[in-house]
Design a protein. Structure first.
Lengths: 76, 331
């Protein structure tokens, strides 16, 4: 599992935010476009790409994209 | 003996809530974008003096007229709702009287949401095959919009009100096959209206604002979207797999998969995960929203009206409870 690919997959769930806004250190809940529906897209993407089931609480507890990457990696 | 669906109809209340109206109420929110993702353009909203039972009664009257059904043949009424007229008596008893059905008719309510139509078919089939009733009027009626907090933009975008009526008889156009049902009460907290029942009879007035500025209140509909989403992607693929096995069918034998119309975003994800072709997977919610127990009969009616239902058709309902169920219809 690769952090940069994960970050790109993460960024793909957004429509308006510039791709340059996404790095492993991005605090995603502070992005203007962030919404509960994007949270669902993230859960769906992680299920599809990594076959890992994460919860809303995981999305809430993680701050950065890398935090979430670590959660997913530990469940693989 | 076998049990069949012999007639079906539905009714939507007159008042409509459009995306444009939601944009006006929530100018800071990208309603169009969200509504586009969840696939809803407008929803029908019951008026303040219109209850779930009223919607079901109107659906039944339409069914009697359009399908030329003599109401005297009805010997059982099942009414699925989570918004009955009263704590007691049973709404189905009031419906019996308002529809002018025979007093030798059995009548009961059952409280289920998105799985309710499939459960209703299972009960109706049992009554017919058990020789208890010959013509079961299965009604669904729901007015979730009355439970939703006015500031809860997410749920207001998703849900609409409606009623449906289905006649289950010894003959008809769609034979009702075998069922797979399931329950997991662990999910009760994730889709709930906490007050108004016996546990918390009085309003708690404990409104607070959570993530994304959405109100959370014990006196209104609460839905934990991510938990419900996880539940669905976990349970529904197994449900369909077990259902096909139980009915001795494979996915290729199925001409249409009619799922509870929760929202397009989630259904698309489920469909792709289960590798069901889009041509076999009807959607009908852009003009109605998620009408809870009414979504499956609405799709059935619309697809059947267009003559699109042939051979084997899978029905699957899943949601509040958690509760889920599926069956196969043979046209």
């Amino acid at each position: 599992m690769d952090l940069l690919t994960f970050t790109t997959n993460f960024a793909d769930q957004f429509e308006e935010t510039e791709i340059s806004a996404f790095t492993p250190n991005t605090n995603y809940k502070e992005l203007e476009e962030w919404s509960s529906l994007i949270a669902l897209s993230i859960i769906a993407m992680i299920d599809e790409e990594y076959d890992v089931s994460i919860k809303g609480d995981d999305i809430r507890s993680a701050e950065t994209i890398e935090d979430l990457f670590t959660i997913v990696k530990n469940r693989k | 003996m076998k049990a069949y669906i012999s007639a079906i109809n539905y009714y939507l209340p007159e008042q409509v809530l459009t995306n444009g109206q939601l944009v006006k109420e929530f100018p800071e929110w990208s309603v169009e974008k969200i509504a586009n993702k969840i696939g809803v353009n407008k929803r029908h909203i019951a008026s303040s003096d219109e209850t779930s039972a009223d919607l079901a009664i109107k659906a039944a009257e339409k069914l009697f007229v359009e399908s030329g059904i003599n109401r005297e043949i009805i010997d059982f009424v099942l009414f699925c709702t989570q918004s009955p007229d009263y704590v007691l008596p049973t709404s189905a008893c009031i419906i019996q009287e308002k529809l002018g059905l025979s007093t030798s008719c059995g009548a009961l309510d059952f409280n289920l949401g998105c799985s309710g139509y499939v459960y209703g078919l299972s009960l109706a089939k049992g009554l017919v095959l058990g020789g208890i009733a010959r013509n079961v009027l299965l009604l669904t009626g729901e007015t979730y919009t009355k439970f939703i907090h006015p500031k809860d933009k997410g749920n207001r975008t998703i849900f609409g009100d409606g009623g449906s009526a289905t006649l289950v008889s010894q003959t008809g156009f769609a034979e009702i096959g075998d069922f797979v049902l399931g329950t997991n009460g662990k999910g009760a907290e994730n889709l709930i209206v906490r007050t108004g029942g016996a546990k918390f009879p009085n309003k708690l007035n404990d409104e607070m604002f959570g993530d994304h500025g959405n109100p959370i209140s014990s006196d209104h509909l609460y839905m934990n979207g991510s938990e419900i989403f996880n539940f669905t992607i976990d349970v529904v693929p197994h449900l369909i797999c077990d259902l096909l096995q139980k009915n001795h069918l494979t996915s290729e034998n199925i001409n249409s998969f009619i799922f509870h119309q929760a929202n397009v975003f989630m259904l698309n994800f489920l469909r792709k995960k289960m590798k069901i072709p889009e041509s076999k997977f009807p959607y009908y919610m852009s003009e109605t929203g998620n009408t809870v127990s009414n979504t499956i009969p609405i799709v059935l009616y619309e697809e059947n009206r267009k003559g699109l239902l042939k051979g084997y058709v899978v029905l699957a309902g899943f949601g509040v409870g958690y509760s889920w169920g599926g069956t196969v219809l043979k046209f």
